[in-house]
Design a protein around this ligand. Structure first.
Ligand code: HEM
Length: 403
């Protein structure tokens, strides 16, 4: 059977419940957020280990803050990884599932790797001040496990793009390999393109950290100056390296793709170069540039994430596959529930972030203003209403299925 026909036969016969462009935009947006937090995880955990080993006063302090930040960043990275996982399964289901099956053992190991990595971060965070100083091993172990998790995700995403090779990976000689223990392909420039930004984005993270604490009564201005300057330098140097890696990746792509004239690539690269110039200016006054630097970094990552999606569309066009041809089976009810859950999530997450932001700025006890208090009450009411709606829908649907 021809590959394109086989792929179409593997699609969900029910079709998808809304226009594919919605799933694509949300998939790219949530992937951009996911990869940003992944980069924060890798960068902050690296700095915490480095600072711990280096051991002078400023580095020790920074190491402590960074490992604390890693615990929050890893939760966000996981949370924001689930969303693109669901979207990719909706519009690229034949590819994603096939790639997962070919390396099934690694897909299952991924969960254990994440659990172990997460636990090791906490051991390092809680025990780092104990006597003996041997706890760096936990930080290093966690970092290694997170990189391994990234390798697995990279391989799954890259195997997905090459259905012409699946058969050869699945059949070895005269026998079928159902073990799922092999990772079949790896593309160094592509992988590095997602790893190097860990240092650039963590540089921006440090700028933001220094900016955030600078107005607190108990802050140490000299220490924060040191952090801000180092952050701005890291952000600039690694964005420059990242641009180089980006071109390496571009030139390693099949020439027939003509990807260098792809409009998504041109916009993504334009954003990257603009960020580089901006970060160069930021060296003068990292505090002033901290907030725009985060916005600029996010826009660049979003542009690059869309470029990655445009590249996937280019790879899969060879098999006559486009998500825009997916069979439509419009279901307004489930789409409305999905979108209202999304908006509700934004309202609730916004409330929690506001509380975290404001309470961290005060040295004493934080008392929320009446409007923030109201926001909190609305968030709880929304959450309760959502639980009632979803549970009722579940019960009604189950009962109707039995009748
Ligand atoms: C710290 C651990 C993690 C690291 C270092 C990591 C890293 C990465 C990288 C580098 C990619 C891009 C691969 C490529 O396109 O070549 C990626 C994609 C992805 N990650 Fe993560 N990841 C981590 C955790 C997670 C978790 C826990 C989830 C799910 C809950 C997840 C879900 C995804 C998904 C679904 C994609 C692909 C999205 C798509 O193809 O559009 N990741 N990750």
């Amino acid at each position: 059977m021809e590959i394109g026909t086989m792929i179409k036969a593997l699609q969900d016969p029910m079709g998808i419940p809304f226009y594919p462009v919605l799933f694509q935009v949300l998939m790219v947006l949530t992937f951009a957020l996911h990869i940003m937090f992944v980069n924060f995880v890798l960068g902050t955990s690296f700095l915490s280990v480095y600072g711990y080993i280096k051991g002078d006063d400023y580095w020790k302090r920074l190491s402590k803050s960074m490992i604390r930040a890693t615990t929050a960043n890893i939760s966000m990275a996981i949370l924001l990884g689930v969303a693109p996982l669901l979207f990719v399964q909706v519009v690229y289901d034949p590819f994603w599932y096939a790639s997962n099956m070919i390396s099934g053992a690694w897909v299952m190991a991924f969960i254990l790797i994440m659990m172990l990595g997460y636990s090791m971060v906490y051991v390092f965070y809680l025990k780092r001040d104990s006597r003996g100083g041997g706890f760096a091993a936990f930080g290093i172990g966690a970092l290694a496990l997170f990189i391994l998790a990234g390798i697995i995700m990279h391989v799954l995403g890259y195997q997905l793009l090459q259905p012409e090779k699946w058969f050869g990976w699945y059949i070895s000689g005269n026998s079928i390999d159902t073990s799922g223990t092999a990772l079949h392909t790896f593309h160094i420039p592509r992988f590095l393109h997602f790893m190097i930004p860990s240092f650039a984005l963590t540089g921006v993270f440090l700028m933001l950290y220094a900016w955030y604490f600078k107005d607190r009564a108990d802050s140490d201005k000299e220490y924060l100056q040191w952090v801000a300057r180092m952050g701005a330098k890291m952000a600039f140097v690694f964005t420059a390296i990242q641009a180089g890696v980006g071109f390496w990746w571009l030139f390693s792509l099949p020439l027939e793709f003509k990807f260098f004239v792809n409009p998504f690539f041109l916009v993504g690269a334009g954003l990257g170069v603009s960020l580089l110039f901006f970060l160069n200016n930021a060296q003068k006054d990292p505090f002033k540039y901290a907030v725009p630097a985060v916005i600029g970094a996010f826009l660049t990552v979003f542009g690059m994430s869309y470029t990655r999606e445009a590249l996937r569309m280019t790879y899969l066009r060879r098999f006559d596959y486009s998500i825009f041809d997916y069979k439509l089976n419009i279901d307004l009810g489930s789409t409305a529930l999905f979108l209202s859950t999304f908006v509700m999530g934004l309202i609730i997450a916004g409330y929690m972030l506001t509380i975290a932001y404001k309470s961290g700025k005060t040295t004493g006890e934080y008392v929320p203003s009446p409007s923030i208090d109201k926001w909190g009450k609305i968030s709880i009411a929304l959450l309760l209403a959502w639980i009632v709606v979803v549970v009722s829908l579940g019960v009604v649907t189950s009962v109707r299925n039995y009748l």
